[in-house]
Ligand binder design. Structure first.
Ligand SMILES: Nc1ncnc2c1ncn2[C@@H]1O[C@H](COP(=O)(O)OP(=O)(O)OP(=O)(O)O)[C@@H](O)[C@H]1O
Ligand SMILES: [Mg+2]
Length: 376
């Protein structure tokens, strides 16, 4: 029985197309037209550059060229006219004389499976990040707790020694008493500074698990502004924030996070550093290509508020940038290295992300991507 090839191609749930050696379409199946919504006459005699634009055409052309010498089996990403992921098989067509005159491609729409896989990868990555951040936090918290006990003992011993030093008789070698008191006084100051740092570590590593609620950004800024101006003068603190933004976050933590970020900017070596708090509504897309460089990786698609703290300070060299958000990493004397770590932990717990962009000489932008409230 002779099967009608045309009818089979017409019914096939696939996109089938033939292009000549210059990349001009010789044939498109009904599947191509249905998938793209572009009528056949816009294909026939035209190239991918005409139909899809130069960028997408360049991606397709590579596989078409390879198909002249080998069978190609590739995943192809379309972003125009719609986001589609194809599994494509391409091969050369030969005429009666054995010469190659065209390439043929058969593409199956695998978008749904690809999206599901991508969503799972994003969720797994977020979970892995959260686990690292949480366990490092627990580790730092445990360490802070032990240090606090050890330090209490050292402080009591120093106090006892000071009491003894006061008793040193006046016929002791000259100035022994003065020297003892001086050294012990310094030791005492050092323990007080450490106790402060440990207290910061304990607060940063302990948080209440609370419900996420729709929180207006304007109200947060009203609450935190009086604290911010204690670290950064008001005339060099700029706000560029849309008044209606609302985020879905747990209450009571973001104020400290913002204070940490503005403090970091204010603490740079740069005199007269200018700090801008900027916020805008953004959509994280389930993009197939690596087009959106501003979007941090491992972000579930959806509506976000991107809250930036931008400074024009000295920026960070790459080796600092890479470790800046690690717990206990600091380049500052007396720093605890918990500011960016706790900002990141906060973002991850709230289904967001922290992104840091920084270059020596141009300043730093720390972005909190937090889920927007009341958007679909
Ligand atoms: N805005 C910034 N500009 C330049 N470097 C920065 C900036 N923010 C952070 N850093 C670098 O990242 C490091 C880590 O910052 P982080 O806030 O986590 O800790 P810290 O500021 O050192 O200590 P603290 O726990 O007291 O905040 C800093 O020591 C600094 O080297
Ligand atoms: Mg800090």
């Amino acid at each position: 029985m002779q099967l009608p090839a045309g009818a089979i191609i017409d019914a096939a749930p696939a996109s089938i197309y033939v292009k000549d050696l210059e990349g001009r379409y010789l044939y498109v199946s009904p599947g191509v037209v249905a998938q793209t919504g572009i009528p056949p006459e816009q294909y026939l005699g035209h190239t991918d550059v005409d139909v899809f634009g130069p960028e997408q055409a360049a991606r397709l052309r590579k596989n078409d060229q390879r198909a002249l010498t080998e069978q190609v089996d590739e995943v192809e990403f379309f972003d125009k006219p719609v986001d589609v992921v194809y599994r494509s098989r391409k091969f050369a067509l030969r005429g009666a004389d054995g010469q190659i005159y065209a390439t043929c491609g058969i593409s199956l729409d695998v978008t749904a499976g690809y999206r599901a896989e991508q969503a799972q990868r994003v969720a797994e990555r977020r979970l892995a990040q959260l686990q690292i951040v949480d366990s490092l936090g627990r580790f730092a918290g445990g360490m802070a707790h032990d240090l606090k006990n050890a330090l209490t003992a050292v402080r009591s011993l120093i106090e006892l020694a000071i009491e003894d030093a006061v008793q040193v008789p006046s016929d002791a070698p000259p100035d022994l008493r003065g020297r003892l008191l001086e050294v012990l006084g310094e030791a005492q100051q050092a323990t007080l500074r450490s106790a402060d740092q440990i207290a910061t570590m304990l607060t940063a590593t302990q948080y209440r698990r609370s419900e996420r609620t729709a929180t207006p950004l304007a109200a947060i800024l009203d609450r935190v502004r009086p604290l911010l101006v204690t670290v950064q003068p008001a005339h060099r603190l700029v706000e560029d924030v849309h008044p209606d933004l609302r985020m879905l976050i747990a209450e009571g933590e973001i104020e400290q996070v913002l204070l940490n970020l503005v403090t970091n900017a204010a603490e740079t070596t740069h005199d007269d550093v200018r700090v801008t708090i900027r916020a805008r509504a953004v959509v994280a897309e389930n993009t197939f290509s690596d087009v959106s460089s501003a979007q941090p990786p491992a972000l579930e698609p959806g509506h976000y508020v991107c809250l930036d703290v931008i400074d024009d300070g000295p920026g960070m060299p790459p080796e600092v940038l890479e470790r800046a958000a690690h717990p206990l990493f600091t380049t500052k004397r007396g720093g605890s290295g918990l500011g960016l770590w706790s900002a990141q932990a906060f973002a991850l717990r709230n289904h967001g992300q922290l992104a840091i962009r920084s270059e020596p000489g141009t300043g730093t932008t720390v972005s909190l991507w937090l889920p927007a409230a009341d958007t679909g």
